[in-house]
Structure formats: structure tokens, C-alpha cells
Unconditional design. Structure first.
Length: 233
């Protein structure tokens, strides 16, 4: 049973979403501010977190940033603003997905399940070895899907579930272009719609992490209006 943490200062949302998730078979923890959630997470991390943006004591962006220093667990954040800045900033800081308020609880459940399935596929230990699960070496890049491990020039790089899947999809066929639509299919279920900006934000975050390991990293190439390509170095 996966443990889902809901962090939102709206008690009505906490109550209704928690009831829905529990009915779907999840174990749910609720917190009404970011600091309370962080204190609890420091003792025991959930399997996944759903964070509101505007909260007292510690807002969702600050909590997201602190969590990404500790864990690569899937994170979805909620935003009630019409402005797109929150979505883009959250994705660049390391969120795996976002949902705008007011939202369909069914949509949120589907996005939670989609991310958990991908996490299970990456971390599963009983999965038959295939091209998608065996250790992949591309020049200085080493990816181990069964351990969710990435190394670049011998240095560990911590990626979220979505970042890992995007890098894996690009690196599997160096020199071949992947369109944004193809990358969406890799990272999300068919019933979950995301736009081009979401994929672009994940790629920017992925590049930043790789450049933290090696400031000369340039293996992911943008082909404007077409998509992305991995060039083996």
C-alpha cells in the first residue's frame, strides 16, 4: 500500500481528497502547512507527496526545494493561480507534475497512479531484464533502471522519476530525435494530458542536474520546433 502525503491549508480539500485516495486503497497522511509536513518527512518519507503552493509557515515551493535535497520521490503540486509562472517554476524546481485547482479528483488519482507505476517500473527488482531495464552505457552516461541510479563521468546524479524516464528515452537511441509528443508518451499515461511547456521544463531541470555533475555537459540537444536529441560524447 503506497503512502501518499497531502499538504494543503484547505481542510476541505484535505478531507475530500484523503477520503477518495483511501477508497482507492492508498494510505494517506495529511498536513495543513509545509513546516509540519517537513518535520514529519524528516522522520519518515512517504512514497509520494501532493503539495499546495500557497501555505502558511512554509509554502509549497520552499517545501519542494527542501525535499529535492533529500529525495527523488514523485511529487505533484497544486496551484490555484491562473498565472502559468507557478507551474513552470515548480517543474523546474523538480516537481514531476502539476494539477490546477479546481481539479477533478479522478484526474488527480490517475496522475498519482501513473507516477507510482513508473516509479515501480524503475525500482522493481523482479522485473525481467529487457532493453528498458538493463544497465545502459552511453559514453560517460551509465543508467541502471532497476536501481534508479544514474552516473555521469563516475558521479552520481539524482533524478526524479520523470527526469529519469526522459533521459532514458533520449539516450536509448543516440543521434535520433524524440519529439515532445513522443516524450510525453514516455513520461505520462495516455489519459493524462500535458503540454509542450511541461516537457521543456523537465528537460531544463534534467540539464541543470547533469551540469551540476559536469559543467561541460551538452549531450542533450534542442532542435527547435522538432524536439530533443541525445548525442553520445
Amino acid at each position: 500500500m503506497s503512502r501518499i502525503a497531502l499538504v494543503d491549508d484547505d481542510r476541505n480539500i484535505l478531507t475530500s481528497v484523503a477520503m477518495t485516495l483511501e477508497a482507492e486503497g492508498f494510505e494517506v497522511e495529511t498536513y495543513n502547512d509545509g513546516q509540519s509536513a517537513l518535520d514529519a518527512f524528516n522522520k519518515r518519507m512517504p512514497d509520494m507527496a501532493v503539495l499546495d503552493i500557497k501555505m502558511p509557515r512554509m509554502d509549497g515551493m520552499d517545501l519542494l526545494q527542501r525535499l529535492r535535497q533529500k529525495t527523488a520521490m514523485p511529487i505533484i503540486f497544486l496551484t490555484s493561480k491562473d498565472d502559468e509562472i507557478d507551474e513552470v517554476l515548480g517543474l523546474r524546481m523538480g516537481a514531476d507534475d502539476y494539477v490546477k485547482k479546481p481539479f477533478s479528483q479522478r484526474l488527480l488519482v490517475e496522475r498519482i497512479r501513473a507516477l507510482l507505476r513508473r516509479q515501480d517500473a524503475i525500482a522493481g527488482e523482479d522485473i525481467e531484464e529487457t532493453e528498458e531495464t538493463k544497465v545502459m552505457v552511453r559514453g560517460e552516461l551509465v543508467m541502471d533502471p532497476l536501481r534508479h541510479a544514474v552516473k555521469w563521468k563516475g558521479r552520481d546524479v539524482s533524478l526524479t522519476v520523470t527526469e529519469f524516464l526522459l533521459l532514458q528515452a533520449l539516450a536509448q537511441r543516440p543521434g535520433f530525435v524524440k519529439s515532445r509528443d513522443q516524450l510525453m508518451d514516455v513520461a505520462y499515461d495516455d489519459q493524462v494530458y500535458v503540454d509542450d511547456r511541461t516537457i521543456d521544463s523537465h528537460i531544463k531541470r534534467l540539464r541543470k542536474k547533469m551540469r551540476n555533475a559536469d559543467e561541460e555537459f551538452s549531450a542533450i540537444e534542442t532542435l527547435y520546433g522538432i524536439g530533443y536529441r541525445y548525442n553520445e560524447e
